[in-house]
Design a protein around this ligand. Sequence first.
Ligand SMILES: [Zn+2]
Length: 297
Amino acid sequence: MRVRLDDLVVSALQQGSAVPAFTCYDFTTALAVVGAAEEAGRGAILLVSPSTAATANGLRLIAALRGLADGAGVPVAVQLDHASDLRVIADAVAAGADSVLVDGSSLDYEDNIALVRSARAALDVLASDGAGTGPEIVIEAELGGLAGDEDRAFGSDAAGNAPAAGTAGLTDSAQVEDFVARTGAQLLAVAVGNVHGKYKGEPELRWDVLQDIAVRTRVPLVLHGASGIPSAELVKAAAMNVGKVNFNTELRTGVLETLESRTAAHRTDGENLQGLLADWDAAAGTFAATALATLSR
Ligand SMILES: [Zn+2]
């Protein structure tokens, strides 16, 4: 069943666990994620990249994911990830996304707040249907800059460069209270040494910074760029009010490795596309099952 993303995350935190969120560029991966969640009896979040939501077919994917969430046997939410374009946000919500990460983290502090507020105003108009009765769209906001590119593991200069020593780019805990109050964000994505894409060397999460953030706000925190962070570290996150953990890179790695290694055999086997899709499903499902188990320990 489809649920509000904040409700899903808050109830997981009350049980001492976090909810994994998986980027779905396609329906096969989404089916695998929901299947793994149903198998585990736990909720999950389907993420859509803004690059997906910017296309007509991407909006149709969002509608399909919403249908998938509605019919799921466990709580599932559909979220537009990292969006800063109000047009893309409005289109994605109209297509069926019920939550949005309004990402102004590359902007100045005040401009970041202004972006989240204008997204909230636009979404409230959309949701109200003129009568003020529509469902509220849940907003996650981001404070602090994450290095890397969420759609590409490497290949650009910025990707995978962990923040340099010091706290440059990290979430400034002194801003957290003000930021949450003024944006009205229902979840807060933080930069605590996590990056998008592949980590160069060992990821070093700044638990001290995370702890400092966690004591300043009650809204659940979100950890992006979890691929590459050892599971022994991830299990500690829920204790610091991290209720949502985003996975993308490792999921892509597993699917691509499977497709690379299995395609030839399926071609020989009578151009067996169904067989290849079953392998894709298994690769994504195994990854999702592992993430679900890690975060619910
Ligand atoms: Zn992200």
